[in-house]
Design a protein. Sequence first.
Length: 255
Amino acid sequence: MKSLRTRITEVLTPAPNYKLLRFAGDEPIPARPGEFVMVRGEWGVHPVLPRAFSLVECGEFGSILVKPIGEGTTLLADMQVGDVLTVFGPLGKGYDLDNAGRRPILVAGGVGVAPLLYLAREFHAAGTRCVFIYGGRTEDDLPLADEIAEIADLVVTTENGARGEKGRVTAPLARLLDEDSNTIVYSCGPDGMLHAVSDVSQAVGIPCQLALEAPMACGMGTCKGCAVMGTDGTYKYVCYDGPVFEAAEIFEAAS
């Protein structure tokens, strides 16, 4: 892991209220899909702590998807080309791409699309076309959907039915798993969605890897702020033990 001083090279608006920041430094940014970085702009004293982001891409350029919610993410979303961004990482444990010949099904919600688009690109480069289920509350909550459609079989759900299938991601997921048992599920998104994806996958014995989202201050297991209880009764740290876990490590199978 390294602390790199980078500069913003491109700022895109892939959907209303979302920003994609692309940045580059003096050396490549190495990371696997699902690993993350801690980022901070040169915005003065407050907010003090950096923010954790999964990478959408890495290498010569890195990029993160930002949805402004609090002070730190709003400052990030307001950054412009040429601004300095300090990037520390890569951190954590990413997705295991060794799928033993199973067809990958990727399931994303909201900004959880970030590491899964990176993962889909890796599969695509290796000659594997994924199924990518992408859910949002409305059609405005599907940033990067067009990029996904270029490299994967995209299935969209929205809670208001404005785009794709009306409902949640678990409905098409359950159908796909019923049709083909030789699959593996990779997911990232809100906790409630991950729990539901875990239930659907574990109910039919399909391997499932989940990238958890959690607030964190350090990214290295020091602050203990991102602890979650595992199914074995011990605490896991999202930054250090994850953020990617086997579903059965975090969620009990539904009875």
